[in-house]
Design a protein around this ligand. Structure first.
Ligand code: FES
Length: 163
């Protein structure tokens, strides 16, 4: 059973079937992904077949059906980044995080994705962590970036446990 957040989101849309995508977006903003239970409840609320809700949720790459990490690491694999070593960058990120592309670390701190051209080819190869773009990354820089983020994440954990 989900908490009251879903109910609150649904109440805003007053059962409008055309609001399915907006509801899915709001639910993902709230939970970070689309929990299976939420999809079932949304289907019931909008009186739509569950298969329809599921197919919309899986059609758009923007939606995620599994819980993701607190930090999203994206490594560009577009052509310009590729010729400047993006494959090695991705492999280093996988090694450092201990996960494969598309996976999330066991502690839910990081998810790792490969992405197509981010539109900043002159700065290739590029890695993005959350909203921060790291241009011309090297394997050494990746280790530093991920170590710094890990430290930040640990600090946040410690601070939130204190309060
Ligand atoms: S190919 Fe990576 S930013 Fe364009």
């Amino acid at each position: 059973m989900l908490d009251g957040r879903l109910e609150k989101i649904l109440s805003v849309f007053e059962g409008k079937k055309g609001a399915l995508i907006s509801i899915l977006q709001r639910v993902q903003e709230e939970y970070g992904y689309l929990p299976q239970e939420a999809l079932a409840e949304i289907a019931g609320y909008l009186k739509l077949p569950a298969s329809q809700v599921f197919s919309v949720a899986t059609f758009y790459a923007h939606f995620h059906l599994a819980r993701r990490g607190d930090h999203l690491v994206k490594v560009c694999q577009g052509t310009a980044c590729h010729v400047r070593g993006a494959r090695d960058i991705l492999e280093t990120a996988q090694y450092r995080l201990g996960i494969k592309t598309g996976q999330t670390t066991e502690d839910y701190k990081y998810s790792l994705e490969r992405v197509a051209c981010l539109g900043s080819c002159a700065l290739a190869p590029i890695m993005v962590v959350d909203d921060t773009v790291y241009p011309q990354v090297t394997m050494k820089k990746i280790i530093e970036i991920l170590n710094n983020n890990k430290d930040d994440a640990s600090k946040k954990d410690t601070e939130s446990k204190k309060s």
